[in-house]
Ligand binder design. Sequence first.
Ligand code: ADP
Length: 319
Amino acid sequence: MKKIAVLTSGGDAPGMNAAIRAVVRKAHYHKIDVVGVYYGYEGLYNGNFELLDLGSVGGIIQRGGTMLYSARFPEFKETEMQNKAIENLRKEGIDGLVVIGGDGSYRGAMALTEKGFPCVGIPGTIDNDIPGTEYTIGFDTALNTAVEAIDKIRDTATSHENTFIVEVMGRNAGDIALWTGLAAGAETVLIPEEEFEIEDIVARLERSAARGKRHSIIIVAEGVMPGHKLGKILEERTGVQIRVSVLGHMQRGGAPSARDRVLAGRLGARAVELLLEGQAGRAVGIQNHAVVDYDLKEAYENEHKADVSLYTLSKELSI
Ligand code: ADP
């Protein structure tokens, strides 16, 4: 193997740049050239390539987003698109591809691998929703951003004796909500993985009020329902005004945390090693502090499971 390519795909996540840097530097360490593909699979189809030398990834380890840009390109499910992508890669003398993205991106990587073009996946998403890895690149940063925001909201909630609903991201996963809830000491956390009754939330609010506490923070994962909808339901039920804050895309941006940078470095380097070992269709991840690799299919055929013991814990700690 003399030349490999790297792309970022799907939703961007802080730490993707650190992963690109790790791929480029590790490959150069082994005297392998790296081509950057712009705009994910769309760029693969259009041949939007650029050779990345050592300097091209200088000064990006601390930057959020992705220097290679990302794109959603649903057409990549079509086999003709995939064939054209492989043709473009081969024309450039590229014989391996590192895909940084979520489970949708992994499907594209597996499709290419099954057509004979070796790919390896690196988990890059703030949602932490990829089976087979305990953490994804970007999750820790998103978490810290959300906690910082909620700390500020709590200052206002405390001063004005308000109940706040804070909607956090996570798509269908409750990880951001769970971890944020524990870290920010939220009174209630709602995640898609656990059913809840509106009456339970009302009872919690009433219990808090009865012991003199007049402010409360409820964190709702976007996969449960929109924060404003929950606010309406609770207002109608309690007659008390409820403020709603939707954190939105701020959770996807910003400088990656130290933990995400280190994770990106470790996973990026391992992805290159796998390609050099002649392995294909593998995903890298982290389990019990160790870097692991597994079949890409395991990442999208299995269901992600949030650690619901944290849900129980957050209830116990917020009585
Ligand atoms: P994520 O990778 O973050 O889960 P998406 O689900 O949007 O994000 O997937 C990113 C891109 O991966 C899609 O826009 C598409 O180009 C490609 N992709 C998704 N699913 C498939 C599939 N079944 N086959 C081939 N490519 C796919």
